[in-house]
Design a protein around this ligand. Structure first.
Ligand code: ZN
Length: 87
């Protein structure tokens, strides 16, 4: 474990949970420091790792199959459950 300060901690001192960190990363809102910290975090946090992989797979699928257009959420959910079974 590193003893780097967690760059996700807000100025108010609130420590974010996994979901909040993941959301920032997946939304592309994270800073370089946060991305770096999260990569290390994923190495020993299986739920984060799986969620991250899942989201990346979906984005990749949508990009190749749907020409970058908006996919109906029904389709996204279908793909998600299919991928979840394969992890
Ligand atoms: Zn985590």
């Amino acid at each position: 474990m590193s003893n780097l300060p967690n760059p996700f901690i807000s100025p108010s001192g609130k420590k974010p949970n996994c979901m909040e960190m993941l959301q920032l990363i997946l939304d592309g809102q994270a800073t370089a420091d946060q991305s770096e910290y999260f990569k290390t975090h994923m190495d020993h946090c299986m739920p984060c790792f799986k969620s991250y992989q899942l989201d990346m797979s979906i984005k990749e699928l949508l990009r190749t199959k749907c020409c970058g257009g908006d996919a109906p959420s029904e389709l996204v959910n279908k793909i998600k459950s299919q991928i979840a079974q394969n992890i």
